[in-house]
Write a protein that binds this ligand. Structure first.
Ligand SMILES: *[C@@H]1O[C@H](CO)[C@@H](O)[C@H](O)[C@H]1NC(C)=O
Ligand SMILES: *[C@@H]1O[C@H](CO)[C@@H](O)[C@H](O)[C@H]1NC(C)=O
Length: 750
């Protein structure tokens, strides 16, 4: 049966080829005429072209696929009908189809096997229908399909194996649907896929193996979704992707090494809510050349870490960037590294980027903001809604009423305001519902407003708020409902207020809080369990508190118990608290996640031997400068350290410090440790001191040293002033234990 049909088509086409062109048009005319006469071959309501072998039944409210379509048809156009359901085997009569158009046909459901026998189909367009579920066998039989378009439907579920038969598919387009998450292996079987379009969905979660097996994918479109974090693990599994589109997502930060994609050249992150972009974020994407960070909330961008890819284009337009000294390193780096798509920074000469006081810098920032619209490249500002005595810029959605002596929160801002600056007014207290019509505001500045009270629900309605600055006010406490209605609040600044206690309970309504700034208050104690509300989350994958700033308070000890629930903490700043002693294992509760620890300028006198217990290779930086430490615990386990500062401690340069000295030699880090005792060594760098040579347990001189370079160092040390060498000698003969305890006093005598 099949062979007969095939030969029929073959001879039919061959006959056509044999005619000359004029002859062909005559035939076509005849054929068209023939078809109108012979309407039996063409279904009612359809237009058939028996030469092109196409059938079109467009906008006819057909409720089923016409059963009488000629089986040799190759293109079938069924747009604008009322199909409701595509039944199993709906196209078995037309096995030669290569193109099938089914847009706008009110299709709600595609039954398993609906396209069975369409083994020659190359293009299937199902856009603008009402399909909700892609079943496991919805696309079975489409073994030659190259493009599948399911845009603008209601797809919310992709069943496992839905695409498993589509081994030739190049393009899969699922834009404008209702996908919320992508499960593991969702696209399994797409062995030739090049471009996957998932734009305009509601994706907020991608399983780690969501794109597993897509070894040929080069382009992935995920713009206009709800992704809050860069899905590092998921993306790492896409070895061939060169272009990744993540525009218009609500991401707030990109951490170190977030983007690890070996072939990526284009990364689009514009129109997110980025405030932080780690300078090592793209370190592991060596081919990245084009990075779009425009229209975010970036104020400062550090030069990319050494080893980062060489960008040829970086777009920073539409960010509230500080044109201050903070940007100077980036500019210098940029000039060296690449030619950037600079926005308004181009006009700023490096000399303008001087370091200034913080106050001057804030002023400069505002001047910069108000300068933006007058730049030649930007269009003249539109008229924009703005309260009297304030300045509002349509182009960058910034509204400012800074230092205007307001005593009540002004109303009447444009509804698309994204940054609202109310610093330096005299509000004293913030009543409930103080910010109506500001649902788009991402960043709210309320510094220096003499605020001593925030009423319950003060910020309600601010659905987009990510950054809230309440620093430099007079707050002493916060009621548990103060931050009600802020589902996206991520960075909260409460530093420089008058808290004497941690505002217990106030953070329980903030499911997305990542960074909490409480430094420069008068907090004396953190009770156990106090961080529970901040740190415990009902739903993964929402992250826990990541950054906690408690510097310059009145804490007398490391709040170990309070931290016991902060199991995701990566940065802890305790500097400038009156903590004299750090006990054993105090960082154990956060040891697994802690990366940056600030313990500087605390008057710290003693760090017990096991105080750093648990902190291992994860710790990247440790700040201990400006304390009263005479000795230190073993830093050997901290194998992941990149920064350490031990400066301004009166270290006793004697045998007990030997482990530290050895460690310094090994690690190749700038340690900044200097001796405080004995007096004759005061101020010398620990690594330059060689009295250690004579301590028990230290290996004797050069000849036995394994590495020649180290041997040279030791030799040069030995040629140092004789006085010092003498100091070292006596202990050589002493017994280990006694030496360690007594050398100190002996040496002071010298
Ligand atoms: C199809 O249905 C719509 C709405 O019921 C109607 O307005 C339209 O005229 C119909 N079209 C045809 C070709 O019957
Ligand atoms: C840590 O806290 C101190 C005191 O509040 C502050 O001066 C310092 O800048 C903080 N460090 C970081 C890195 O935030």
């Amino acid at each position: 049966m099949k062979t007969v049909r095939e030969s029929h088509i073959y001879s039919y086409r061959r006959k056509i080829k044999m005619f000359s062109l004029p002859m062909l048009s005559v035939i076509m005319l005849l054929a068209l005429k023939f078809h109108t006469v012979q309407s039996g071959k063409c279904p009612k309501f359809c237009i058939c072209d028996n030469i092109q072998l196409t059938v079109a039944c467009v906008n006819k409210n057909l409720t089923e696929v016409p059963p009488t379509i000629d089986e040799i048809t190759v293109k079938l156009d069924l747009r604008g009908n009322d199909m409701q359901e595509l039944l199993t085997g709906a196209f078995t009569h037309t096995p030669y189809l290569t193109h099938l158009s089914l847009q706008n046909s009110n299709i709600r459901r595609v039954r398993e096997g609906a396209f069975r026998r369409l083994g020659r189909l190359v293009l299937l367009n199902l856009a603008n229908n009402k399909i909700e579920i892609l079943y496991q066998e919805s696309f079975d039989g489409l073994s030659s399909l190259k493009q599948l378009i399911v845009d603008r439907n209601r797809v919310e579920e992709i069943q496992p194996g839905a695409f498993s038969q589509l081994g030739f598919l190049n393009l899969l387009s699922l834009t404008h649907n209702q996908l919320v998450y992508i499960p593991n292996m969702a696209f399994q079987g797409l062995q030739n896929i090049k471009w996957l379009r998932l734009s305009h969905n509601s994706l907020n979660y991608l399983a780690t193996e969501a794109f597993a097996g897509l070894f040929t994918l080069t382009r992935l479109s995920l713009d206009n979704n709800e992704l809050q974090f860069f899905p590092t693990e998921t993306m790492t599994r896409l070895p061939e992707v060169t272009r990744l589109e993540l525009s218009y997502n609500p991401m707030t930060y990109l951490g170190e090494e977030s983007v690890s994609m070996s072939k990526l050249t284009h990364l689009l992150l514009d129109h997110n809510s980025l405030q932080d972009f780690s300078n090592a974020a793209i370190l592991l994407s060596p081919r990245l050349a084009h990075l779009d960070l425009s229209h975010n909330q970036l104020r400062v961008l550090q030069p990319m870490a050494p080893g980062s890819p060489k960008l040829t284009r970086l777009n920073l337009a539409g960010n509230p960037i500080y044109c201050s000294c903070y940007m100077r390193p980036l500019r210098e780096w940029a000039m060296r590294a690449c030619s950037l798509g600079w926005y308004n920074l181009e006009a700023v000469q490096p000399a303008d980027l001087r370091c200034q006081s913080q106050e001057a810098m804030l002023k400069a920032e505002l001047e910069e903001l108000s300068r933006l619209p007058t730049l030649p490249t930007t269009p003249p500002p539109d008229k924009v809604k703005c309260p009297a005595n304030c300045q509002c810029e349509a182009e960058n959605h910034h509204s400012s009423c800074e230092n205007k002596g307001f005593t009540k929160i002004p109303h009447g801002f444009s509804p698309d305001t994204r940054l609202l600056d109310l610093r330096g007014n005299h509000f004293h207290y913030i009543p409930a519902n103080s910010f109506p019509g500001t649902a788009e505001v991402v960043s709210l500045h309320l510094q220096r407003c003499k605020i001593h009270e925030v009423e319950n629900g003060a910020f309600s309605g601010m659905k987009s708020l990510v950054y809230l600055y309440l620093s430099e006010n007079d707050l002493t406490s916060l009621s548990p409902e103060a931050f009600k209605g802020l589902p996206h609040l991520t960075y909260l600044h409460l530093e420089k207020n008058r808290f004497t206690q941690f505002p217990k309970g106030a953070f329980k309504l903030l499911p997305g809080l990542l960074a909490l700034h409480m430094e420069n208050n008068a907090i004396t104690k953190l009770e156990a369990g106090i961080l529970t509300a901040v740190a415990s989350r009902a739903f993964d994958p929402a992250p826990d508190l990541d950054t906690l700033h408690l510097g310059s308070n009145k804490l007398k000890e490391v709040p170990s118990e309070a931290l016991s629930k902060a199991s995701s903490l990566a940065e802890l700043n305790l500097s400038r608290n009156p903590i004299r002693w750090i006990g054993p294992e105090v960082f154990q509760p956060v040891a697994a996640t802690l990366k940056h620890l600030y313990l500087n300028h605390m008057g710290l006198e003693k760090v017990s031997k096991d105080s750093l217990a648990g902190l291992g290779s994860g710790l990247r930086s440790l700040f201990l400068e400006g304390n009263q430490l005479e000795e230190l615990p073993d830093l050997g386990p901290l194998t992941g350290l990149e920064v350490i500062n031990l400066a301004e401690n009166p270290l006793v340069c004697d045998c007990p410090l030997l482990p530290l000295r050895k460690w310094i030699e090994q690690v190749n880090l700038k340690v900044r440790a200097t001796c405080g005792h004995p007096p004759e060594l005061r101020g010398q760098r620990v690594k330059d001191i060689h009295v250690f040579k004579s301590c028990p347990g230290e290996k004797p001189p050069p000849s036995q040293h394994p590495k020649p370079t180290k041997a040279t160092k030791t030799e040069s040390a030995l040629i140092r002033p004789p006085k010092v060498i003498k100091i070292g000698k006596p202990s050589k003969t002493a017994k280990p234990n006694t030496v360690q305890k007594s050398t100190m006093k002996k040496r002071k005598l010298v």
